[in-house]
Design a protein around this ligand. Sequence first.
Ligand code: PLP
Length: 447
Amino acid sequence: MSSIRLVTEIPGPRSRALVARREAATPPGAAKLTPIAVDHAHGSVVVDVDGNHLLDLAGGIGTLAVGHTPDAVVAAIREQAAQLVHICAIVATTESSVALAERLNALAPGDAEKRTVLMNSGAEAVETAVHICRSATKRQGVVVFDGAYHGRTNLTLAMTSKFNLFKKGLGPFAPEVYRMPFPNAYRRPEGMTEQAWVDWHVANLDHAFTAIVDPSHVACVVIEPVIGEGGFLPAPFPWLRRLRELCDQHGMLFVADEIQAGMGRTGKVFAIEHAGVVPDVLCTAKSLGGGMPISAVVGRADVMCAPHPGGLGGTYSGNPVACAAALAALDQIASEPFLARAVAVGERLRDRLDRLMDRHDWIGDVRGLGPMLAMELVKDRRTKEPWVEATQAMNAQTLQRGVITIRAGLFSNCVRLLPALDISDAEIDEAMDVVDAAAAEVERTLR
Ligand SMILES: Cc1ncc(COP(=O)(O)O)c(C=O)c1O
């Protein structure tokens, strides 16, 4: 039986009416990627306000590794909400927030003793991680990379790449942020092997720490193990390892921003585990809460304990309901069967994407790590000129056929897939049949 059931055109009249109210009540700066309004959802199926059933390959931009309204998470939320909705961790201690910190300390890579501070959003976690590293090192510099996305607070916007979409007109931004090149394997010089490109970037790190900023000034290096918003670009493992060596050599702290790539998204709890690199500090959010807004900074105890009492936290940090949801989500995400299914989902999706790329020469690249996969659309495979219109058309065409997909990429020319990681084979096949049909339509109308 198919999961997709369309009873109106997309968007239907009720979606259009609610979106019109949204547009009248909220500013366009808080943008939307689709014209649909949603009533309810479960697993990978979203039901819009017109009663259309759609398959979700956007997953709340990566917040729904365990799917929509997962039974265990919903039960945990209900139980905790009936008992205590909020107290504020600054006022008193709750079981669920302590248990979550203990759980994350145990899960984070590395043998060192750990501490966790809970926050509300990804950006807040990254900003907090920087505060902690500055306090621990008594240095100010923050190293980030081309293509990075770290959030929308003033400091994290300074750390974010992609100026036009995120930063235009919003500065001035926080100082002491230094951006270095990222080894984007797809956009390497013509004729250069991937190995030579990675080797060049590994060697160039020494140069960058002279030309761009001196290591003695750097508190931390903040890196997404797989760049998310910037286009699902896995950081090459030898390059990550060289960064780790340089951090050790110069007393800089290594911060893994796992907000999009973590929580099972690449088939391991944390994406950095693939590289065998142990970060000093790790930021997690999105799928951590099973859909509830919660984030965490987890790190070496000696580093995490540097800020003075009162230097960290906030009114909602460690909210008991969000923590209860996160504990239930983590029970699932950190389990062997869940991670094994995530790997299988990745293999099935990649097979479909590779076959799609064989059929359409405007799909320039299919890439990612495990089930964190995207395709980059280009006008010409040799020049790699980004094809934004095709990307918009793909998103629109899949939606009209009942599958939610969203874009990514420094040039907004990637289609990224962020499904629930326990999506069934039948749902994958149905959704990818729609992606195939959307691609055929793009070929027919735009090529
Ligand atoms: C890698 C990464 N860091 C930070 C953030 C910011 O998270 P939030 O939107 O919860 O503030 C995001 C959001 O997409 C992200 O992908």
